[in-house]
Design a protein around this ligand. Structure first.
Ligand code: G3P
Length: 225
């Protein structure tokens, strides 16, 4: 399972890089707009925080494949390692084919059905991003869609990975993990929730109380050896 953070907020990214086994950052136009800064500054700022090894995904906005490819080229002048997110519209699929032919890594985004994902994979997308919570919100089954995409990848031996996105709770992340999604991208607030459990907190508090009763407040193993 590859964990990525779905944000352009530098403080949130710094925190996650420091704490978690994070392998990348994803953005989308809404996430970028929230930062209200030039896109170049946002991409360069994120790259500076995540280093050269982690993935960074950013989305094109054009309505035609031609514009999308030009946007991709321009963004990759800012960040040559950038993975380009392209929505699964007909023009987007055309752009994916062109980007693949240029050797540019692609994430197919705004996926709501397994057939959109299959088409994107055939067009050369490396990552397939189904929107789990947005489906759940309209009485769809987001985790089932992610699971079916993982199944299609396996059945047809596709050179692609599920990048499940749009989560509002830990159970959604858990369901796609069980279904074999290779990658998830999670907003910072939900990411922090992945580790939360009151019994973990009370367990650690109990260890601390027992330890400090003998070895003293604020001591660590280093003091007790
Ligand atoms: O970046 C795409 C996806 O993660 C959007 O999530 O929370 O806006 O549905 P959300």
């Amino acid at each position: 399972m590859i964990y990525m953070l779905d944000t352009a907020n530098l403080e949130a990214i710094k925190k996650a890089v420091d704490l978690y086994p994070l392998e990348g950052v994803t953005t989308n136009p809404s996430i970028v707009a929230k930062e209200n800064k030039p896109l170049k500054d946002i991409l360069m700022g994120i790259r500076e925080v995540i280093g050269s090894e982690r993935m960074l995904h950013a989305q094109v906005m054009g309505e035609t494949a031609d514009v999308m490819v030009r946007e991709a080229d321009a963004m990759r002048e800012v960040d040559p390692e950038l993975i380009i997110k392209v929505p699964v519209t007909p023009q987007g699929i055309k752009a994916m084919k062109a980007l693949k032919a240029k050797g540019i890594r692609v994430t197919a985004t705004a996926i709501l059905t397994p057939q959109q994902a299959l088409m994107a994979a055939k067009a050369g997308a490396e990552f397939l991003a189904p929107y789990v919570n947005r489906l759940d919100n309209i009485c769809g089954d987001g985790t089932l869609v992610a699971a079916e995409i993982a199944h299609l990848i396996s059945v047809y031996d596709l050179d692609a990975k599920v990048l499940a996105a749009s989560f509002k709770n830990v159970q959604q992340v858990h369901e796609v993990a069980k279904a074999g999604a290779q990658t998830v991208t999670i907003a910072p607030d939900v990411f922090d929730q992945l580790l939360k459990h009151p019994l973990t907190d009370s367990g650690v508090a109990g260890f601390t109380a027992d330890w400090e009763a003998v070895y003293g407040a604020g001591t660590t193993v280093l003091d007790a050896l």
